[in-house]
Ligand binder design. Structure first.
Ligand SMILES: [Zn+2]
Length: 308
């Protein structure tokens, strides 16, 4: 975009003119978050820095990241799109806490991949081939990819891969610029992704967000963030023993642990008590110390903090 065009667009008062104020706008993608849409919109208008773009149009970047309704309405007016549609994908910060509300469920910041961008490379390849405008503005991140516990794309049966770590962390909210770095390697990344179907755990998490989850009495009785963490802790303990440091496991091991743990929880009382019996047996076989910590390991620590 030429400087003159940008200046004219910038000078157009958003408040006085509810029509589209940019030379080019975009249709939000399915499951596209407001801050990612803003990043893509900036790229579409050749302003390859989200912060500069937001400064041009008096948009609060942090407000977008925090899902502020006011800023989302401002963005929607600027782009000429429906605020409710794009706002539905926001993770809305609860007060000044490090917790977010998304589609009726609460997420802790530790549940979200804020410091790295994860993608399904096959989805991005489709984004690139679907459109014919500026290539940097074509691919986008889906809101589900922000949730750490969602590790597989259900459309392509591929594990998500991480792009944009290291020096790109500083630009982590400017997702289109992070994705731009990955564009030349999409074919390689697709080859590197693990071919697998989503686990029943991942299907449950997604189903909770889009209202398609099958009833599952035990998980349904807990907040979703607790189900996610408990699945990891129970599954990690089941597969690798109670002292496992679940957060240090690599993606395939985490994926397996979470799937196994969720199946135990979803199995209800019978499966949960069988799991506890196995835990106790392994303890009696191999330990001499007493008390709950040696028996339940990190699972006990987490339960003690979560339900104190
Ligand atoms: Zn995909």
């Amino acid at each position: 975009m030429r400087r003159g065009q940008l200046r004219r667009a910038r000078n157009a008062k958003v408040e006085r003119n509810p029509e589209v104020n940019l030379p080019w706008t975009l249709t939000p993608g399915l499951l596209e978050m407001p801050s990612d849409f803003a990043s893509r919109l900036a790229a579409r208008n050749c302003r390859d820095d989200l912060h500069d773009f937001c400064r041009d149009f008096d948009l609060d970047v942090q407000g977008l990241v925090d899902g502020s309704t006011e800023v989302i309405v401002q963005l929607a007016r600027l782009a000429g799109i429906d605020a409710e549609t794009i706002g539905r994908e926001a993770f809305v910060r609860i007060g000044r806490e490090r917790r977010y509300l998304h589609k009726g469920h609460e997420f802790l910041i530790s549940n979200l991949s804020r410091d790295r961008v994860r993608v399904c490379p096959a989805c991005l390849e489709e984004d690139v081939s679907r459109h014919d405008f500026r290539v940097l503005a074509r691919p986008y991140r889906r809101s589900t990819w922000l949730i750490d516990y969602v590790r597989t794309c259900p459309l392509h049966d591929l594990s998500l891969v991480t792009v944009g770590t290291g020096s790109m962390v500083a630009r982590r909210h400017d997702t289109s610029q992070v994705l731009a770095m990955a564009l030349p390697q999409l074919g390689t990344l697709t080859g590197q992704a693990v071919k697998r179907e989503p686990s029943s755990f991942e299907t449950y998490v997604r189903g909770c967000l889009d209202g398609t989850a099958a009833p599952s009495p035990w998980p349904d009785a807990l907040p979703l963030h607790a189900v996610m963490r408990l699945s990891a802790m129970v599954g990690g303990s089941e597969v690798r023993g109670p002292q496992v440091a679940i957060d240090s496991l690599a993606d395939p091991e985490r994926w397996e642990a979470e799937a196994v743990g969720f199946d135990i929880l979803a199995g209800g009382e019978v499966e949960i008590f069988a799991f506890l019996d196995r835990l106790q047996s392994s303890f009696l076989d191999g330990h001499v110390r007493h008390g709950p910590h040696p028996l339940f390991g990190h699972l006990y620590e987490w339960l003690a903090v979560e339900f104190h």
